[in-house]
Design a protein around this ligand. Structure first.
Ligand code: DLL
Length: 434
């Protein structure tokens, strides 16, 4: 089933809607957001210079740092009294980046998620259990309203408490699981441990997975352990959260709602457009956002775009599974983590040196993060209890900033390999995606 006929427009129709909405968005942002006005003025641009898609490249790009520098509401195009919802996600240092939604933005978001879950195969007969956190993260609330809109029975289970999640699944007859892909595998593992066979004892037939990168082999593993169809969906807080792109039952790329978003694929070094089919960084311009429009936002995610119509009948552009990032952002159990955030915490602790390393691994299906850091010689001690106390203290501080558990290991000065060039801060031992 197709939720909205706007998912089936011709390429010419999309181009014309996008041209018109781009002009409006640029005018709107120029008039209401000093940041965009300044950036355009620096380039000698007036809103009238943007007549349509052909002028897109003239516009400046926007980065996560721009959002961070305008913390918390500097990029809002409406007064706070018109904002009905706030969400936030990790910035590159201590403060998160903040996004706002007007009432109309909430309605658009709900419709976009309704399109996305419908294309994955959800219907009003489904019972959908949402295991994303309900909070500042856009995952929980984002999926919630779209699933309700299509008439599914929603279980707002939120994250954590894995055995209880399984109990609800069994007792409520959950048919759709909404979570990160790694949590789906962890759930299966716990189910087996407590004597439940997800294929025989549970009724889950469809998974809506997103929030972190995952491979095709992980998809196969999830499908065989659950006896379900596993679909991918992608989004980011800066452009509104989930509902930006999702797979249909063909699972040949994630459809992007082009009447609401304009996408470009560029070379991350030159920011020049790449021909269709090449791998590059995804840039997104929102076309209908009222509270916080973003222009040419650098997602830092690597993907490919396909413009051929899909066998499902939708004509929107599709993006390939994300295979990497152009920056050093790590995603640990669905949570975005920047090495700079960790560094900032470490540097606050007396006795801790600037030599540190982050080791990311998999424990079963779950990501683990170990922060190895050297103590300056005067602070190092053989007293194990003292070291442990300091490790727990740093772990607590890290949790406050990252919202994800990290294990801290204090090392003697000189333990971490010195390099003559850039320090190798991250050792990611997780299997590569592509
Ligand atoms: O993760 C929004 C979301 C929630 C999407 C629930 C899907 C489902 P952020 O916390 O801002 O927003 O993180 C965004 O996560 O730039 C990607 O690097 C990564 N990411 C999100 N979904 C996928 C995916 C939400 N399906 C960042 N595949 C993005 C690969 C993903 N990476």
């Amino acid at each position: 089933m197709i939720w909205d006929k706007k998912e089936q427009l011709s390429r010419e129709e999309y181009r014309s809607i996008q041209s018109e909405r781009l002009q409006k968005t640029v005018q709107y942002a120029y008039e209401r957001v000093p940041f965009y006005r300044r950036k355009m003025q620096e380039l000698g641009l007036e809103p009238d210079d943007i007549k349509g898609l052909e002028d897109l490249e003239k516009l400046p790009v926007t980065s996560k740092e721009d959002l961070r520098h305008n913390y918390p509401f500097g990029l809002f195009a409406v007064p706070l009294e018109d904002v009905v919802r706030l969400h936030a996600s990790s910035g590159t240092t201590g403060k998160p980046i903040v996004v706002g939604y007007t009432e109309n933005d909430m309605e658009t978001w709900t419709e976009l998620v309704a399109r996305m879950v419908t294309q994955a195969g959800v219907t009003r007969g489904d019972v959908a259990q949402i295991c994303f956190g309900y909070g500042l993260f856009t995952g929980g609330f984002g999926l919630h309203y779209g699933l309700e809109r299509v008439g599914a029975t929603v279980i707002p289970a939120s994250s954590g408490n894995t055995e209880k999640q399984l109990m609800l699944m069994e007792d409520f007859g959950t048919t759709v699981l909404v979570s990160t892909p790694s949590y789906a595998l962890y759930l299966a593992e716990v189910a087996e441990r407590i004597g439940l066979d997800p294929v025989k004892d549970l009724n889950v037939r469809l998974g809506l997975f997103g929030g972190e990168p995952w491979s095709e082999s992980m998809r196969q593993e999830i499908e065989s352990r659950w006896g379900m169809t596993a679909t991918d969906n992608y989004g980011l807080s800066e452009i509104g959260g989930p509902g930006f792109a999702g797979e249909c039952s063909c699972r040949c790329g994630m459809h992007i709602s082009e009447d609401h978003f304009l996408v470009e694929l560029v070379d991350p070094d030159t920011l020049k457009p790449l021909p269709p089919g090449s791998k590059g960084e995804l840039l997104v311009t929102t076309l209908t956002k009222e509270a916080m429009p973003v222009i040419r936002y650098r997602t830092k995610d690597i993907t490919r775009l396909f413009y051929e119509p899909c066998a499902c009948g939708r004509t929107t552009v599709r993006m390939e599974k994300v295979t990497g990032r152009t920056d050093d952002m790590l995603i640990i159990r669905g949570v975005n983590v920047f090495p700079s955030q960790i560094e900032a915490v470490l540097m606050e602790v007396p006795g801790v040196s600037p030599f540190y390393q982050l080791v990311v691994e998999k424990d079963g299906y779950l990501d683990t993060l170990e922060v190895q850091v050297e103590l300056v010689p005067e602070y190092f001690t053989d007293n194990y209890a003292d070291l442990e106390r300091l490790e727990r203290l740093i772990e607590k501080q890290l949790y406050k900033v990252l919202s994800v558990t990290a294990k801290v290991k204090l090392l003697e000065s000189g333990s971490i390999e010195r390099t003559t060039g850039k320090a190798k801060r991250v050792i990611d031992k997780r299997p590569k995606l592509a």
